[in-house]
Write a protein that binds this ligand. Sequence first.
Ligand SMILES: Nc1ncnc2c1ncn2[C@@H]1O[C@H](COP(=O)(O)OP(=O)(O)OP(=O)(O)O)[C@@H](O)[C@H]1O
Length: 367
Amino acid sequence: MLLKELNILNFKNCSEANLSFTENVNCFLGNNGEGKTNLLDAIYYLSFCKSYFNPIDSQNIKHEEPFFVVEGIYDKGDKTDVIYCGLKRNQKKQFKRNKKNYERLADHIGTIPLVMISPIDILLIIEGSDGRRKFIDGIISQYDKSYLNNLLNYNKALHHRNLLLKSFWLNRNFDKDSLEIWDEQLIKYGTLIHQSRKTFVDDFTPIFQKYFTQLSNNKETVALIYQSQLNDDSFENLLVNNLAKDKANHYTNFGIHKDDLVFAIDEFPMKKFGSQGQQKTYLMALKLAQAELIKNISEKKVIFLLDDIFDKLDDNRMKQLLAIVSNGDFGQIFITDTSLSRIPDILTEENINFKAFKIENGGAVDV
Ligand SMILES: Nc1ncnc2c1ncn2[C@@H]1O[C@H](COP(=O)(O)OP(=O)(O)OP(=O)(O)O)[C@@H](O)[C@H]1O
């Protein structure tokens, strides 16, 4: 999938843009706050039907404007796909592929595989398990359609089971049969999700370790440990054996919603013992592995969005990263930087084909 053209109206600080891209590296260059990341986010929107940064859709409409439109024209080799996303204030988001509305946005996920690397990804390491579960879910959903459905069904059942537990507590009653309806759903979908996550971590870990070694050139050993209550017992047993606790807390204490992915370095948690540089390299390796796994399984090249990576890496690691992502194994690359020359200089030195845009006040001009 190659993004040939991006057309924007009123998306964040961009009033209007009509950009055409190269199939190699595309650079958005300019000062802080001019709108470089917003352009990456518009491209992200077209793959995931939402912003990477702001989950409230209406806040992505340019201030004082009534709507936004983001449209991408993709080259699929044998044909062209036009992906359209439009949002009017106080109305439902419209998302279309070749002028046809999607019935469910989930059906679009995975159509245009994409990986974003941004400074806020550090939260993946330092914050709670929720972000790491979303990280796993985001990757698997891009190559396995049934996974996202299983997850939606699991979350629905969990929500209803928790509501029921709360109502038993409020009304001081208990109805085993109605709880079992949701238990069955949780067990069905939770077990499938657990299996998919386990397989994912097994497949993902060696790819991740390969990139970490390549980027860091050092002797540290890194590992990913999938923690799940379902690793040691069946979901059915967990629910039966912990019913008293669930009733007392009026909440479901066991399940795949409690899973975590432990990032380890030399057998210690990265969160507590990794240096900032190690954490940054760890993140890069995670994202590269994400792109490679999606590419291997979906057999589609992956669009790579690299936001402010100088913020993350020294010049050497930056060069190494650019060399890895632009060697043709991955797909098209979009990259931002505050310097007009730093990335173009490296790309010229490395003989990598690129196109550069200068971003000013939300608009873009070729340089
Ligand atoms: N809905 C919106 N309407 C108008 N402006 C917005 C909206 N949302 C965000 N902005 C503005 O867009 C501007 C550009 O943000 P962006 O993150 O793209 O800058 P950047 O060029 O990547 O900067 P940096 O180099 O600091 O990362 C910010 O000043 C932000 O306030």
